[in-house]
Design a protein around this ligand. Structure first.
Ligand code: 0RA
Length: 748
């Protein structure tokens, strides 16, 4: 510090004030100090590397969550300049990393765009980091500098030679006195890095989580897409059947400004699928513009105009149909990405994610109408398929409107005439009431008898629920079960939807714990997700968790929720009279013995799931070890607990080859011993419980375990629903196979 004080000057004051300002009001610079802001730090650093890539100097970006929770971003760009800054009298790298908005964007190119939502640059990340270390390879030498909370702690030094190589490596540890978040989440970072790789074709982003998540799972993936946003479309349409190829347009336009000119670049990729869902993802300077803006409006306008003009000219669309066509009809089943690069973007809207630059509308519209028309002319067969789909959408919309009108007349929408099957509750305050959607009339009967009449309403559902993924709105509204649900819930449907009219703030899906029950549950979730997504967003949808077993011992009954819980119970009881030794012959204490038995049980379950065969721990601990971090984790834990080791495909430790047989016997023996004197009943369906039992275990707010349905990742969920409920069989089979090891995580 003494040194810093001695040449205290105007520039230093600027630095101190800048860094302090960021630390005083972090949210102003990075949005918030929770999970979002924490991950935002990474994006700010990566954006600098992406800028190097866009400028044509960088091809590789390496992002690593380090074992200590810090994060490294390494690129092979030009490297941050290390020479003396002409006016600041300090190395340029120090200026870049300590002065706000000095992120190196000082070249006058009229293509230059700034990345990052807040565009605050890497100096902000520095200010908000407990420490930051930066290594630069440039001019044949390796340079190094360190900071703490934005101030230099180790001045720039040269460590050695590096030959021809160039690049920047930034490692930082966020300041935990500022952030409430404590950990980088690999899936969160992976989603953004994947998106960046799609948006900036050719760049390779390699991502590795060496720290691991709460369960110790590591992660590694390389994102590289030569096809850019075309491949993004293919990714978003995974598991959907397409009815057109991916159509790509791009172009750029020079715009005049008082101080010269600037260039706006636009890129559009689109594809029609046979679904009824529209996906429109728009970006400006690599930032997702959730609220849309001028690039989106330009695209929509051009799409509608071009389709209508082409349809009219070729007589594919009749005059009468032409007038009825709406923009929504044009976009049914369409997946589109619009990505623009604008040197001085204006972001508007509530969340500053709406592009406001007026000139962009015309530029995008111009490119789309020109090139889409050419595409139609050159591919008349594809044009016809698209126009047929649009006409079908238009007719279906008319039919749906008619169906809605007729259902409204019958009172379905306003809940005036509640369905006879609904056993409503007496309380009228929706915040206090619950609607149970119950599989089957008999369980419905039990639920009705057992319920709390004041706050719990019961709606029994008969048979399978309609798969709304495969049905158009008119057919859906003709379905009795669906109409009953719409009326009971009370929010209406489609254009009349109004969440404030919800008659219950808890909607509980209660199905049997068997395959049919799981199917009905998925169908209901699909219905809510696709047709009433706000219910899920608001957290109104729940899954009841009926117990799987009843365990009785000396007339005392107890309910058990899961297989895992039953195993734990049996093993705890069973271990009472057992002594378990590890590989060295040492007797394990009760806690470790139980841990080992639980682990064996988990290995058993996993190996059954993977192999379809019986218990084969050796298979899991050896062959399957290569199949994913799940297995390798079990292997490690097993080695740690038992003293048996496993290294480069060989067991070591005494009598290891026999371990397999011994382990099977041990687990079976202990479990059988635990079972003695117990009576275990498995509930196959809700109907096997009487009214009191059902209320007690599953509906009583004091005792029940309900799961709230959350939508953490809309794209993933969309893909999953399409996958599980859509037409394509092969991807569904592959998905189920790929996820055999994660079945428990599938519980949404
Ligand atoms: C300032 C100027 C130049 C590059 C950079 C900064 C730069 C910053 C970061 C941050 C992470 N990776 C980076 N790579 C480069 C231009 C350098 C030149 O003109 O040679």
């Amino acid at each position: 510090m003494a040194e810093e004080t001695s040449n205290y000057n105007a520039e230093n004051i600027q630095v101190l004030e800048g860094m302090e300002a960021v630390r005083k009001r972090p949210a102003m610079y990075i949005g918030d100090t929770g999970e979002r802001g924490y991950h935002h730090l990474v994006y700010e650093v990566v954006d600098n590397s992406i800028d190097e890539a866009l400028a044509g100097y960088c091809t590789l970006i390496d992002v690593v969550i380090n074992p200590d929770g810090s994060l490294t971003v390494k690129d092979n760009g030009r490297g941050i300049p290390v020479d003396m800054h002409p006016t600041q009298h300090r190395p340029a790298i120090e200026v870049v990393l300590t002065i706000l908005h000095a992120g190196g964007k000082f070249d006058g190119s009229n293509y230059k765009v700034s990345g990052g939502l807040h565009g605050v640059g890497v100096s902000c990340v520095n200010a908000l980091s407990e420490w930051m270390k930066v290594e630069v390879k440039r001019g044949g030498r390796l340079h190094h500098i360190e900071f703490s909370r934005g101030h230099v702690t180790k001045p720039l030094e040269t460590l050695g030679e590096c030959g021809e190589e160039t690049g920047t490596t930034v490692t930082f540890f966020p300041d935990h006195t500022i952030f409430t978040c404590r950990k980088f989440k690999a899936p969160v970072l992976a989603a953004r890095l994947r998106e960046l790789a799609f948006l900036n074709k050719g760049v390779t982003i390699h991502f590795r989580d060496e720290e691991g998540d709460e369960e110790g799972r590591k992660f590694e993936e390389t994102f590289h897409y030569e096809g850019g946003i075309d491949e993004f479309i293919t990714y978003l349409n995974t598991n959907k059947s397409s009815i057109s190829p991916v159509i790509h347009f791009e172009g750029q336009k020079e715009c005049a400004r008082l101080d010269g000119t600037y260039v706006v670049q636009a890129e559009v990729s689109m594809q029609y699928t046979d679904t009824y869902t529209t996906i429109e993802q728009t970006y400006c300077n690599n930032i997702r513009t959730i609220e849309g803006g001028t690039h989106l409006s330009g695209f929509r306008r051009a799409l509608t105009a071009t389709v209508k003009a082409y349809g009219e000219r070729t007589k594919l669309i009749k005059e009468k149909e032409l007038a009825a066509l709406t923009g929504d009809d044009m976009r049914e089943g369409l997946t589109v990405i619009v990505s623009v690069k604008v040197p001085q973007p204006q972001f508007e809207g509530q969340t500053k994610t709406k592009l406001g630059n007026g000139e962009v509308d015309g530029i995008v519209a111009g490119i789309v109408s020109d090139k889409l028309n050419t595409f139609f002319e050159e591919n008349p067969a594809v044009a016809k398929v698209i126009i047929d789909k649009i006409l079908l959408a238009s007719r279906a919309r008319e039919a749906a409107r008619a169906a809605r009108e007729s259902t409204r007349r019958k009172g379905v929408m306003d809940g005036l005439s509640l369905p006879g099957k609904l056993r409503d509750c007496s309380e009228r305050d929706p915040a206090k009431t619950e609607l149970y959607l119950v599989e089957g009339d008999s369980a419905g009967g039990s639920a009705c008898k057992g319920r709390n009449r004041a706050t719990q309403a019961i709606l029994p559902l008969r048979g399978k629920v309609l798969n709304v993924e495969k049905a158009r709105v008119d057919r859906m509204l003709a379905n009795a079960e669906i109409r009953t649900m719409i009326t009971a819930i009370g929010c209406g449907f489609g254009e009349e939807w109004d969440i404030s009219k919800a008659r219950y703030h808890k909607i509980v899906i209660m199905t049997d714990a068997d395959v049919d029950g799981a199917h009905i549950r998925t169908l209901l979730l699909t219905f809510f997700y696709r047709k009433m997504p706000e219910l899920i967003e608001k957290g109104y949808v729940y899954l009841a968790q009926p117990p799987l077993y009843k365990v009785e011992r000396k007339k005392k009954g107890e309910y058990v929720l899961t297989d895992g819980e039953l195993t734990e119970k049996l093993l705890t009881l069973g271990l009472d009279d057992y002594e378990v030794k590890d590989a060295s012959g040492t007797v394990l204490d009760a806690v470790r013995a139980k841990e080992l038995m639980m682990l064996l049980a988990e290995i058993e379950e996993t190996s059954k799931m993977v192999s379809g065969r019986g218990f084969d721990p050796a298979a899991l601990l050896t062959d399957y070890a290569a199949q994913g971090s799940g297995a390798s984790m079990l292997r490690k834990q097993f080695a740690a607990l038992s003293g048996f080791g496993y290294k480069s495909s060989d067991w070591f430790g005494s009598n290891s080859p026999d371990a397999n047989g011994l382990l099977v016997k041990l687990l079976d023996d202990v479990r059988a011993h635990g079972r003695q004197g117990l009576s275990v009943t498995r509930f196959k369906g809700l109907g096997e419980m009487d009214a009191a039992e059902l209320y007690d275990t599953t509906m009583n707010p004091e005792k029940r375990h309900m799961l709230r349905v959350k939508l953490e990742d809309a794209v993933k969920a969309d893909q999953m629903f399409t996958l599980l409920m859509g037409d394509e069989v092969e991807p569904r089979r592959k998905f189920i196979e790929d996820n055999a090891l994660n079945v428990r995580n599938l519980d949404f």
